[in-house]
Design a protein around this ligand. Structure first.
Ligand SMILES: Cc1cc2nc3c(=O)[nH]c(=O)nc-3n(C[C@H](O)[C@H](O)[C@H](O)COP(=O)(O)O)c2cc1C
Length: 183
């Protein structure tokens, strides 16, 4: 296998290039550079509910309106999602970090406990949507592609709620971030 590691200083920054096989640590370091919006994906109904914090949300197509989310199949949300066939993507506003923490399982919160510190409403699919999220995409599970540790969830968007002029919560280099005004 052709393996090469080149380090160089260019304009003061260390540049590392690695060809196959790429080390996991280097891949993780590189992925930390992707600034992302933070969403909470809600799944399930009644007492059979869970959900997870995610940065892996991406638009798929405009017609039909559809998106993708990547879910680790060891997550509690995976089994719940398969039982109910729908999910909500709740894109978080700048002041909703506590919701992100709950759905990342911080403090040991599980299942329905993750919903306790926020207001929820039911949209078209019956999955709960965060009442004051920046945007909510209420999705029917259209397809699942299982690859490696994860499942790529394809969601067909059934309903949307949208709050205008509210800033997002971001994640970058392992920490939550906010948009700062230009100086
Ligand atoms: C900022 C952030 C982004 C995350 N993005 C994802 C993601 O895209 N997909 C995923 O499966 N897990 C992601 N996670 C991890 C899950 O939120 C976490 O593993 C999950 O809530 C644990 O679920 P469980 O206790 O129900 O198994 C992310 C966590 C954080 C803090």
């Amino acid at each position: 296998m052709n393996q090469e590691r080149i380090s160089a200083f260019e304009t003061g920054a260390l540049v590392v290039r690695q060809e196959l096989p790429v080390e996991t640590g280097l891949f993780k370091d590189a992925m930390r550079h992707l600034a992302g919006a933070v969403s909470v994906i809600t799944v399930g109904r009644g007492s059979d509910r869970s959900g997870f914090t995610a940065t892996s949300v991406s638009s798929l197509a405009i017609d039909p309106p559809s998106l993708v989310v990547c879910l680790n199949r060891v997550s509690s949300s995976w089994q719940v999602l398969q039982r109910h066939g729908s999910f909500c993507v709740n894109v978080l506003a700048h002041d909703q970090q506590h919701v992100a923490d709950s759905f990342a399982g911080r403090g040991g919160l599980k299942g329905v406990e993750r919903y306790q510190d926020a207001q929820w409403q039911e949209l078209a699919t019956g999955t709960l949507a965060l009442a004051d999220a920046l945007t909510v995409f209420d999705c029917e599970l259209d397809d699942v592609i299982e690859r490696h540790s994860h499942a790529i969830l394809v969601g067909k968007v059934r309903a949307i709620t949208l709050r205008q002029q509210v800033e997002p919560l971001l994640y970058w280099h392992g920490a939550y971030r906010h948009i700062t005004k230009e100086r």
